[in-house]
Design a protein around this ligand. Structure first.
Ligand code: PLP
Ligand code: SF4
Length: 348
């Protein structure tokens, strides 16, 4: 990779780099990414405009799984801003589709579901997914001081109905081990909490994040630990990712995956079947398949509920029940995700 071209556009090789180095090297200018992906120059203006709204970010460990020059590549579409991002969205697409700004009782907490609470551990992500519903979330207001963390933990302590704490973000695994371990210890000290869930895309994006130290600490917890990773397409799971996922499972951590149904990425039966099969090879069970949250800048990823149901009915003919994700959407103001029922197939 030590070619003059690679140097001139400042995209670094991965081999031997720590996860922190990979993370630090991952924000890119539109121009650098365009050149590295060998995309036509005509796309640059849209790329720059999109990056102005939500910066481009994708570590090389992820970019290496993309077929260069192929604008249809399912991974490329997740990280490269298309012109549609800057176009006026259809009605119904808003800045905060989940009303998270208003379910924020104290900074750093989103408490919408009775017995589980979501902690915004860290505002940053290793990758910026162009469809992300949090692309306009006021993360800066959620970067907590030590005192605010104590208040947050106090909130959980005072509510004995909370039996599960979900570490979310952003991506909680962009935090250092030290910070995470302190937080895990504080949660373990609250007797009514039974489960710790970590919602993270890092095992998929930078598998080197799954260090022995992290797995050892989590495996020693008194809490049941569940890791919910986020892959949308089987191509995201290369050999290094597979290795990391199997190591997580071997540490006694339950492994689930959530995906978003995305036009041009995984909105066909083959892609969805392949994804479930590949996840299972790596010890991961599919959990949710989310309909896109209608956030400004992402309307070109939208798949209608009607088409989503038809796809689910189709993959149900092939996949065993335990490899069927649940099709859900999030409706602001409800006490859980909203399950979308799939019609029963008649036998041919
Ligand atoms: C999705 C979500 C959860 C977790 O919901 P599950 O159905 O238990 O996976 C919890 N809190 C918030 C705010 C959520 O958006
Ligand atoms: S990793 Fe998750 S929170 Fe971060 S940009 Fe992607 S979808 Fe959004």
């Amino acid at each position: 990779m030590n070619t003059p071209q690679a140097q001139s556009i400042a995209i670094h090789p991965v081999d031997g780099e720590s996860w922190q180095q990979q993370l630090a090297n991952s924000p890119f200018s539109a121009k650098a990414l365009l050149e590295w992906l060998e995309l036509p120059n005509e796309l640059l203006a849209a790329g720059e405009q999109g990056a102005g709204d939500f910066p481009i970010r994708a570590p090389l460990a992820f970019l290496q799984r993309i077929e260069k020059g192929n604008l249809q590549d399912p991974l490329l579409r997740q990280v490269w801003p298309l012109i549609e991002e800057s176009q006026t969205p259809p009605s119904g697409f808003v800045l905060d589709p989940l009303g998270e700004t208003s379910s924020n009782p104290t900074p750093g907490i989103v408490h919408k579901y009775h017995n589980r609470v979501l902690l915004v551990v860290n505002g940053s992500c290793a990758i910026h997914c162009r469809y992300c519903f949090r692309r306009h979330f006021p993360y800066d207001d959620n970067r907590l001081s030590r005192q605010q963390w104590l208040d947050t933990l106090g909130y959980i302590q005072q509510r004995s109905e909370i039996n599960e704490v979900i570490l979310s973000g952003g991506d909680p695994l962009t935090s250092s081990d030290k910070r995470l371990f302190d937080l895990v210890a504080a949660i373990e000290a609250i007797p009514h909490v039974k489960r710790l869930r970590i919602h993270t895309r890092l095992p998929i994006v930078i598998p080197a994040r799954i260090t022995d130290a992290l797995l050892t600490r989590l495996s020693q917890s008194r809490l049941s630990v569940i890791m919910v990773v986020h892959a949308n397409h089987a191509n995201e799971i290369d050999g290094n990712v597979a290795h990391a996922l199997r190591a997580i499972k071997q540490a006694g951590i339950h492994l689930l995956n959530q995906s978003v149904l995305l036009k041009g990425v995984n909105d066909d039966a083959d892609s969805l079947i392949h994804l479930s099969e590949r996840l299972f090879e790596c010890e991961v069970l599919p959990y949710y398949l989310h309909l896109l949250d209608p956030v400004v800048g992402a309307h070109h990823f939208d798949v209608s509920e009607h088409n989503a149901i038809a796809l689910m009915a189709q993959i149900q003919k092939t996949l065993p029940g335990f490899l069927m994700p649940k099709l859900v959407r999030e409706v602001d103001g409800r006490a859980s995700k909203t399950n979308i029922p799939i019609p029963v197939n008649q036998q041919d």
